[in-house]
Design a protein around this ligand. Structure first.
Ligand SMILES: Cc1cc2nc3c(=O)[nH]c(=O)nc-3n(C[C@H](O)[C@H](O)[C@H](O)COP(=O)(O)O)c2cc1C
Length: 309
C-alpha cells in the first residue's frame, strides 16, 4: 500500500524523532507542511510529553507520530500518556515493544520500528508493525553497521511491509535514489536541523553550517552503541579513553551531553549529533520551504531520468 495513504500524509517524508529537539511545535510544522512530524520523547517526562502532543495539536490537525525509546524505565507511563492522548502513530527504537503489541493493534495504533539490519525486521514481523524505518549508518545519532544502500534492498527482501529509508537523505536526489532501491518513503533527521523551526541552540546551528562530512566522527565503536556526531573536545576525550582500553561505556560518558549541546549550546563538551549529509546544507530555511524543495528536486530528477530513456 502507498505510504501516503497508509499514514494519511501528503508527502512520503517523515521527520525523525530526535531527543531534546523534536518538540511539539517543530514536529507540528512538519505535519502542517504535509510531511509526518514525529515528537521525540527522549528527554521528556510524562508531563512534557503530554504538553508537547497538545502543542502540536494546537498547530495542526494533520497526522503526527511519537518516537519512543523502549528501554526507558518509565516506558509504561509514557505509553499510558500516548493512549490517553489518542496518539495514532508510534516509531520505536532502542528495545522491543513486544509487551505492548496487542494493545497497539487493538487500538489501531500504527507502529513503525526503526531498524538497522534485516534480522531485526524478522524479529518484529510477528508484532504486525505497519511499516519499517530502515536506517543506514550515514544517519546522525545512534547507528548500526549497514549503509543505506545495502540495507534498503535487503530489508525489502525480508518483508512485504513498506520500508522507509533513513540515513543520508538530504535532497530530492536521495529521495529518488531511495525509491529506486525500493523504499516507499524517507525519514530525515539531519536535514531538518537546518530549519528555522528546529529548536536547537544557535551555537549548534552555526557549527552545523560551518561543518562538512570530514568534521563528522563515530564514537562508541568499542564500548557502546556507536553514535555519529561532530568532532569536538568531548569526542577527542572519549576516543582517547577508548584507545587506552578504558571500560567506560559510551552511554555513561555521553549521558546528558545531547541536552548540553541542544539546550545550553555547549558544542565543545556536548554531543553534536549529525549525519554525513551535514555537508549538503549551507543555509537555514523554513520547514515548509525544505519539504517543498525536497519534493520539487525529487520530481525534477525523476523527470530527468525518464527523459534520458
Ligand atoms: C540530533 C539527532 C538526534 C536523534 N535522536 C533520535 C532519537 O531520539 N530517537 C530515534 O529513534 N532516532 C533519533 N535520531 C535519528 C533520526 O530520527 C533519523 O532516523 C536520522 O537522523 C536519519 O538520518 P539522517 O540524520 O542522515 O537524516 C536522531 C538523529 C539526530 C541527527
Amino acid at each position: 500500500m502507498d505510504l501516503k495513504k497508509l499514514l494519511d500524509i501528503k508527502y512520503p517524508i517523515l521527520q525523525g524523532g530526535m531527543a531534546h529537539i523534536a518538540k511539539g511545535e517543530f514536529a507540528g510544522a512538519v505535519s502542517s507542511a504535509g510531511g509526518l512530524g514525529i515528537i521525540g520523547s527522549g528527554g521528556m517526562d510524562t508531563y512534557e510529553l503530554r504538553e508537547n502532543i497538545r502543542a502540536l495539536r494546537n498547530i495542526t490537525d494533520n497526522p503526527f507520530g511519537v518516537n519512543l525509546m523502549m528501554l526507558r524505565p518509565d516506558i509504561d507511563e509514557l505509553i499510558k500518556v500516548l493512549l490517553e492522548e489518542d496518539v495514532k502513530i508510534i516509531t520505536v527504537g532502542a528495545g522491543t515493544y513486544e509487551k505492548f503489541a496487542d494493545k497497539f493493534i487493538s487500538k489501531n495504533i500504527k507502529v513503525l520500528p526503526v531498524v538497522s539490519s534485516p534480522i531485526q525486521i524478522k524479529r518484529y514481523e510477528a508484532l504486525e508493525p505497519i511499516a519499517f524505518i530502515a536506517e543506514g549508518l550515514e544517519a546522525g545519532g545512534h547507528i548500526g553497521q549497514m549503509t543505506t544502500i545495502t540495507l534498503i534492498p535487503q530489508a525489502i527482501a525480508q518483508t512485504k511491509r513498506p520500508i522507509i529509508a533513513a540515513g543520508g537523505i538530504a535532497s530530492g536526489r536521495e529521495i529518488f535514489a531511495a525509491e529506486v532501491l525500493g523504499a516507499s518513503g524517507v525519514q530525515i533527521g539531519t536535514g531538518f536541523l537546518f530549519t528555522k523551526e528546529c529548536p536547537i541552540h544557535e551555537n549548534y546551528k552555526k557549527l552545523l553550517l560551518k561543518s562538512n562530512s570530514s568534521k563528522v566522527t563515530v564514537i562508541g565503536n568499542i564500548n557502546g552503541i556507536p553514535m555519529r556526531v561532530l568532532k569536538n573536545k568531548m569526542t577527542r576525550e572519549y576516543q582517547k579513553l577508548e584507545r587506552n582500553n578504558s571500560t567506560l561505556e559510551l552511554e555513561n560518558f555521553t549521558l546528558g551531553r545531547l541536552k548540553k549541546a541542544v539546550i545550553e549550546g555547549d558544542v565543545e563538551n556536548g554531543s553534536v549529533m549529525t549525519g554525513l549529509s551535514v555537508g549538503s546544507f549551507n543555509s537555514i530555511i523554513s520547514v515548509k520551504e525544505y519539504i517543498e524543495k525536497l519534493m520539487s528536486e525529487y520530481k525534477e530528477i525523476k523527470n530527468e531520468y525518464k527523459n534520458k530513456r
